[in-house]
Design a protein around this ligand. Structure first.
Ligand SMILES: Cc1cc2nc3c(=O)[nH]c(=O)nc-3n(C[C@H](O)[C@H](O)[C@H](O)COP(=O)(O)O)c2cc1C
Length: 171
């Protein structure tokens, strides 16, 4: 077999879940040293890397999330499939966990994950539990001119996280 068996609903629901993620966003939750935080992401892709089912996400270096991730090397992603969550997604994508408890302030519910120590956000529809395989700043040798102009900040790059999906469940 070329690749590890891909857990349901990663293979069957991946396209639907990724559409929701890119369309309105998802909660990416981290925890380290007793601190738990969630932030909104809208960039991500599901696939196979190094024979493992993976989720690749892009987190700017300045995010509080990145600080926690650099210690824990794991995260969960909870993807809602309802527009009802849009206001909360926007709020978690504007506020920083450095300035307050976004989970409590936005009435989000934490629930224990199945494999990793980081909890999920129960309001999501699909949940992916992820362990980081590789973290790499998105710097040259090559970056497309248009991407560079639109997304590049020299001293605050995105870090590309390729993470193994160790559990995946939901709808
Ligand atoms: C819809 C939406 C999508 C976002 N997607 C990303 C993303 O993929 N990567 C990223 O670094 N920031 C993204 N952001 C910005 C972060 O969510 C935002 O900076 C957040 O306040 C960081 O929180 P933290 O400091 O608690 O980690 C997005 C924001 C919104 C509203």
């Amino acid at each position: 077999m070329l690749q590890q068996e891909i857990p349901f609903p990663f293979s069957e629901s991946a396209t639907k879940a990724m559409n929701w993620l890119c369309d309105q966003g998802a909660f990416l939750t981290t925890s380290a040293d007793g601190r738990i935080n969630t932030m909104t992401i809208a960039w991500g892709s599901a696939g196979i890397v190094m024979k493992k089912p993976t989720l690749t996400v892009f987190i700017r270096e300045s995010r509080y999330t990145q600080e926690l991730l650099s210690t824990s090397n794991e995260f969960t992603v909870s993807i809602p499939d309802s527009k009802n969550m849009f206001t909360k997604l926007l709020a978690c994508g504007k506020q920083s966990g450095r300035d307050g408890d976004k989970i409590a302030n936005n009435q989000l519910t934490l629930q224990s994950a199945k494999v990793v120590d980081t909890p999920i956000i129960a309001e999501g529809t699909w949940h992916l539990e992820c362990k980081v395989l590789l973290a790499q700043p998105m710097t040259a040798p090559f970056i497309d001119e248009e991407c560079q102009q639109e997304h590049w900040i020299e001293d605050n790059p995105y870090l590309c996280y390729i993470a193994e999906v160790v559990a995946c469940y939901g709808k």
